[in-house]
Design a protein around this ligand. Structure first.
Ligand code: PRP
Length: 214
């Protein structure tokens, strides 16, 4: 595994990581170094508790966990669905709640109802493909974007988008709305399959403590 004797965590950068650290603090798991906003360090060690933490881009977290560079990862279920990595998903942490939706201008509703061949812009091509092809049996053209996906229908790149909706304010401010809901999302804990066997006791204990706390 990552380093003998240490349990290594990969955290998705941003809100998820902050929430995770708050939660861990309540369990007595601390990483003071990580709180320094000016640090350029990438990996943080708690020698006393034999823990290591690193921050990674969300979509890379399942990759680190699958290859065993991290024993445990905290990441959104959207990323787990999209990345399709061989990892164990062991716990719903209950925060970072949002929805994966098909969104667009109100006028696009009809295109969805009549199974028209439409263009779908998204950061999540796997999720979009699964939804339209396997669940709705609708042939669509998927266009991969890397962010600000709401621009798609506004500038005429696509008819609709598949994206995360949290408060709905990005949609509202851009004259778009939720047309169909694909699935609810939240932060999840994932575990490397070998670590789960080699470090069963420590990992089980962590899962149980988190479950009790949640
Ligand atoms: C996400 C998502 C939406 C927005 C939804 O974007 O892709 O654009 O948040 O949140 P809301 O419903 O509360 O408005 P993010 O901020 O991750 O940036 P991105 O557009 O670059 O992906």
């Amino acid at each position: 595994m990552a380093e003998q004797g240490y349990l290594t965590f990969a955290l998705g950068k941003g809100r998820l990581a902050n929430k995770t650290l708050e939660l861990f603090e309540q369990l007595g798991i601390h990483c003071e170094e990580m709180k320094d906003k000016n640090t350029r360090k990438l990996i943080f060690v708690n020698e006393e508790q034999k823990l290591r933490f690193f921050l990674a881009k969300g979509p890379d977290v399942p990759t680190y966990v699958e290859y065993g560079a991290a024993d445990i990862g905290i990441v959104g279920s959207d990323t787990i669905l999209e990345e399709q990595r061989r990892v164990f998903e062991v716990l719903d942490l209950g925060f970072g709640k949002c929805r994966m939706c098909v969104c667009g201008p109100a006028g696009a509703r009809e295109l969805l109802q009549h199974n028209e061949r439409i263009r779908v812009a998204t950061k999540y091509p796997i999720i979009a493909k699964d939804y339209f092809y396997n669940q709705k049996h609708q042939t669509v053209d998927i266009i991969k974007l890397n962010g600000s996906v709401e621009l798609g229908p506004i500038v005429g790149l696509s008819d609709v988008i598949v994206d995360i909706v949290e408060t709905g304010s990005t949609l509202r401010e851009n004259g778009l709305e939720v047309l169909e809901e694909i699935c609810p999302l939240s932060a999840r804990m994932i575990v490397n399959q070998v670590s789960m066997q080699m470090e069963t006791e420590r990992i089980r204990h962590l899962i149980t403590s988190l479950r009790t706390l949640l």
